[in-house]
Design a protein. Structure first.
Length: 189
C-alpha cells in the first residue's frame, strides 16, 4: 500500500497530466476547426456568461491575456460569424460580444473531455468535484492564484464542503452538482 505522501504525489501528478491532456485536446480541436485555442476559450466563456455584457476588457482579465491579443482573436471570430458585437445595454460607449447561432452550435458540440467525464459513475463525479474544488480553493488561498468565483471561497457559502452546502444569498440548500465554480453573485469571503 502506498504511503499518504506517495498518494499525494500521485494525485498531484495525475492532476498535472489532466491539465496537459486538456490543453492538448484543445489544440487538436482548434487545429481541426481552424480556430486557435484562445478563440475556443473565448467562445466557451461567452457561452457561460451569456447576458452579462462581456466585452474585450472582461475577456482579457478573465482569460489572463492582453487586450490587443483578445481584440485580434475576437475580430477573426466576428469575421467567421461566430460572434457579433452589439452595444452594451449597460454602457452605450462599449460593445458586448454575443455568440451567433454558429458560435452556439460550436460550443454545444462538446469535447472529448466532456465525453470522458460523462462516463464516470455518478458517485465518482460528486467525490471528484468536491476534491477538485478543495484543491482549487487551497491554491487560491495559499498561492495567490486568480480569484476563483466558487462557492468555497464565497462569503455566502455555509456548509462543511462535504455533504452540507447552503447559499445564504440565494437562500438555497445545494446539491453537489449545483455548487458553482464561476458564480456571478460570488463575493470573496
Ligand atoms: S453566491 Fe454563488 S458562489 Fe456564493 S455561495 Fe451562493 S451560489 Fe455559491
Amino acid at each position: 500500500m502506498s504511503s499518504p505522501s506517495e498518494l499525494d504525489a500521485h494525485l498531484a501528478q495525475v492532476l498535472e497530466r489532466i491539465g496537459e491532456v486538456g490543453r492538448a485536446l484543445r489544440w487538436k480541436q482548434a487545429v481541426e476547426e481552424g480556430l486557435s485555442p484562445l478563440q475556443i476559450r473565448i467562445l466557451g466563456f461567452l457561452a457561460d456568461h451569456a447576458g452579462e455584457g462581456v466585452g474585450v476588457a472582461r475577456l482579457a482579465e478573465e482569460l489572463l491575456v492582453s487586450k490587443p491579443t483578445i481584440s485580434d482573436s475576437v475580430k477573426l471570430l466576428a469575421d467567421r460569424k461566430f460572434v457579433v458585437r452589439k452595444p452594451d445595454k449597460n454602457d452605450a460607449r462599449s460593445h458586448a460580444l454575443h455568440l451567433t447561432s454558429l458560435g452556439k452550435r460550436h460550443v454545444t458540440a462538446g469535447t472529448p473531455m466532456d465525453a470522458a467525464v460523462a462516463e464516470l459513475l455518478p458517485e465518482h463525479k460528486e467525490v471528484l468535484l468536491l476534491g477538485l474544488m478543495a484543491v482549487l480553493e487551497s491554491l487560491f488561498r495559499k498561492e495567490s492564484v486568480q480569484m476563483q468565483r466558487m462557492c468555497f471561497t464565497c462569503k455566502h457559502y455555509e456548509g462543511d464542503r462535504k455533504g452540507k452546502h447552503h447559499c445564504l444569498l440565494l437562500e438555497k440548500t445545494m446539491q453537489v452538482a449545483e455548487l458553482r465554480t464561476d458564480c456571478a453573485e460570488h463575493e470573496v469571503a
